[in-house]
Ligand binder design. Structure first.
Ligand SMILES: Cc1ncc(COP(=O)(O)O)c(C=O)c1O
Length: 469
């Protein structure tokens, strides 16, 4: 049973997303809605506040509420469900170049202004000061600090996943979690189903572990196509699926709950492992983060989901703290953690534990969601005003990435090389596939504030695009 404000929120969201309530149009006044629908003032105000936090409407002083969201600007949805053939993978070495410039999520790494969290720094310093003398001579237990694991399972609860601290292992980041998950459920030569476009880090792991990938088409708004996945399952022997249901990179797609249920049913029926990458799940533009696919599997009694995440996107890339809730693969994962990392740093874990215990993470994430929603909107507006070629872009409702489709004859790998000479960084579309695809696409991030230098970098990029045409 949903609350009245949720029903109203849903009704207005559908009208905005379908274009029935167009960008710029005024919403009914609070009083009007109360009398028309027999609702209380606080119900309407709560629904409006949630729509505002989700970046769909904005309040203007003394004028009321207005729609500030434009529905999909026409990136074609998945219609072609023909399965692709499993193949070995080779990821372009340009990725190393991007990482060496620290530029995967910043169009202009030299622009500065990245917000820091003083509270977190204090907790980390306190953790080092409180360390027992001589503690640095001992490894932490392989699963990680139990106090931190307790905080992490509390966070997993927000996505509907019911876990206790013994069911979770701390890792060296989400990439490490994904590696452990793939190592636990595959053998060299196996085939793994991945989203397309999908995360290059997973393609790199597939390449390094001697696996094959079968790319399943994914929509820019709802993620992996269940029809295409079902067809691939009928054609090929697949050992695992890697998916990002909550604000995927590079598109920001968010999988509807019905698709999650269907995916779980499809894979549970065949007893195939699901590796869920939930690294962006906390970064919703709204107030409520999406439910994890893992929680739907729990509801269906399936324990073949390995839930992977980290604080790298939500809080700090530098802490190198991630986790994995590996279901029935717990013992293998603990062993693999021991083999690949021995243990995690105790002081960093303890610092993060205190930050979470003291409510620092909850406060931080509330602010970060709002910041990202604003920065996403700014980026979309900047693209509309500065690019003079037709650009189609995804419409994320969370995460930190925007997927752009440029005219067919524009090659974004060439654009990358040209932009790099000017200190501008983009992520070319071809990195998100192992096939010859997305060569006219790119990922731009709105992770950092749009200060003067970043705006100039974006305008310069638009100039380079215009030159290429
Ligand atoms: C979808 C996704 N998963 C995993 C990772 C790796 O995260 P971490 O820094 O925690 O290893 C990234 C980083 O870009 C990512 O985008």
């Amino acid at each position: 049973m949903r609350f009245l404000y949720q029903q109203l929120e849903q009704q207005l969201t559908e009208q905005i997303e379908s274009g029935q309530l167009a960008l710029g149009s005024r919403l009914p006044s609070v009083r009007q809605l109360c009398s028309e629908q027999g609702l209380s003032k606080s119900t309407v105000l709560t629904a409006y506040a949630r729509l505002e936090a989700a970046g769909l409407i904005s309040a203007r002083a003394k004028s009321g509420y207005f729609v500030c969201y434009q529905p999909q600007s026409g990136i074609p949805e998945v219609t072609d469900v023909a399965p692709m053939t499993p193949a070995y993978v080779s990821v372009d070495s340009v990725l190393l170049d991007i990482m060496e410039q620290s530029a995967a999520f910043d169009i202009c790494p030299a622009a500065g202004d990245a917000p820091s969290n003083e509270n977190l720094r204090r907790c980390l310093a306190r953790a080092v000061r409180r360390q027992r003398s001589g503690q640095q001579h001992y490894y932490d237990e392989p699963a990680g600090l139990s106090g931190l694991r307790q905080q992490l399972v509390r966070r997993c609860g927000e996505s509907g996943s019911q876990l206790n601290a013994d069911q979770l292992v701390v890792t060296g980041g989400c990439q490490h979690s994904l590696m452990l998950a793939l190592m636990a459920v595959t053998r060299p030569g196996d085939t793994v189903a991945v989203e397309s476009p999908g995360f290059y880090g997973v393609l790199q792991l597939i390449e390094s572990l001697g696996l094959k990938a079968v790319e399943i088409p994914a929509s820019t708004s709802t993620g992996i196509s269940p029809d295409a996945l079902e067809m691939a399952l009928q054609h090929w022997q697949i050992s695992a699926l890697v998916t990002m249901p909550g604000f995927a990179t590079p598109t920001g797609a968010c999988m509807p709950d019905e698709h999650k249920q269907r995916l779980v049913a499809l894979l549970a029926e065949r007893d195939i492992a699901i590796i869920e990458d939930d690294i962006y799940g906390d970064l919703t533009f709204g107030l409520q983060r999406p439910r994890s696919l893992h929680s739907f599997a729990q509801a269906q009694g399936y324990d073949g989901v390995l839930l992977c995440s980290s604080v790298s996107k939500s809080l700090s890339r530098d802490l190198r703290i991630g986790w994995i809730a590996p279901g029935r693969y717990l013992q293998q994962i603990k062993k693999l953690k021991l083999v690949t990392q021995l243990a995690s740093s105790q002081s960093s874990q303890y610092g993060l534990q205190m930050f979470m215990e003291e409510g620092g993470y909850d406060r931080h994430i509330r602010q970060r969601r709002q910041q990202l929603a604003e920065q996403c909107q700014q980026l979309q507006q900047l693209i509309q005003s500065s690019f003079d070629v037709p650009v189609q872009m995804s419409q994320p409702r969370g995460g930190m990435a925007l997927w752009l489709e440029l005219p067919d004859d524009l090659n974004t790998m060439e654009l990358y090389n040209r932009a790099r000479q000017e200190g501008i960084s983009i992520t070319p579309g071809s990195l998100f596939t192992s096939q010859q695809r997305y060569q006219n696409c790119m990922r731009l991030s709105f992770s950092q504030p749009w200060n003067k230098r970043r705006i100039e970098a974006l305008e310069q990029l638009a100039g380079l695009v215009a030159e290429r045409k």
